[in-house]
Design a protein around this ligand. Sequence first.
Ligand SMILES: Nc1ncnc2c1ncn2[C@@H]1O[C@H](COP(=O)(O)OP(=O)(O)O)[C@@H](O)[C@H]1O
Ligand SMILES: [Mg+2]
Length: 368
Amino acid sequence: MTRRRQEKAGHRKKEIAAAASKILAHESSSRGSAQKSARLDTNPVGVDIGTSKIVFAQKKHGNVAFTSQLNAFISVEYSKFTESILNQNRINHYRMDESLIVYGDGAEVFANMLNTETGRPMRHGLLNPRESKAIEIIKGILDDIVAPAAKRGTQLCFSIPGAHKEAESDIIYHETILRRHLSNKGYNARSINEGLAVIFSELEKDNFTGIGISAGGGMCNVCLAFLSVPVITFSIRKGGDYIDDAVASVTGEVNTRVRAIKERELDLTEEPRNDVEDALHIYYDDLIVTLVKGLKESLAQTSKIPDFDKPVPIVLSGGSAKPEGFEHRFEMYLNKEDFPIDISEIRTASDPLYATAKGALIAAMFEG
Ligand SMILES: Nc1ncnc2c1ncn2[C@@H]1O[C@H](COP(=O)(O)OP(=O)(O)O)[C@@H](O)[C@H]1O
Ligand SMILES: [Mg+2]
């Protein structure tokens, strides 16, 4: 790295560290109330737009407040009666032509009642090309979570996945549609790679140098950064959804039940007690091996790995990194590989479901 580039990176690092410490000093987890009270707020905003969840983060009275909604919907035929039932039960919905679109956390409740699956406006981290109304639906969900900017030009940062080898150009469309929509709400909106957001959130003490991994629903996103500057980003199209589908397929269980077992009971440090747990272990191993090999390959393919003067950390986040034993298995498979850079430690984000939104918020604060 040239001296000039190093100086530039060092300067940027200081600015980001200042934004991060402003936020970290006052952090708390007052979740669930940000959205309504944020309506008149001019503070910067971070939004994690994931395949499974959309998470909103904003500083509120010195604390970081998070709100989230499932990025899912179910469409039912419009009737005044259904609309009033939804209103009475405070289930998020809006009308689209002759349909009522029930979205967010309520969509899952509704789908379970009707014994069906929810639809998803996103797939593998991007707008879902198989869902004709994907754009309208995601705009509807975003409108509920992200209030219009109280002041024009309020900084907003939203997460986007790393490009995937098989569909590199798709990310441009996805990013533009979302940025345009958020800009129309009055924000100065820009995107941040999800893996880099994890680094902003979790690696302040490591000078924003290391590897950030977000293992989500639709995919896993990875970023290697040096002094906050991304050096490598990539993604794999395996995540929690892949595990649910694969396990359901080989065990004959329904997808939603597999997910419930996975989220509530899975412990990767224990011996599996039945076929579903056994299949969950098998596909978790498959996901982790794909991730580790993908990381090794990306490192091998790049000619621009910086000269790290000391080993760098890896931080794991995202809902799929939550099961007990995930970190341990990741480390086990990593140790089996001859890795081109030295790793100091592997740790899990303090709050895996909120790390991306927090990192996006830090990035937005840094701009503001
Ligand atoms: N406790 C848990 N154990 C295992 N998987 C979980 C847990 N909590 C959530 N998940 C899974 O994490 C995924 C969602 O993670 P998230 O980071 O919100 O994804 P995304 O970034 O795709 O929106 C889903 O596949 C969900 O089933
Ligand atoms: Mg995510």
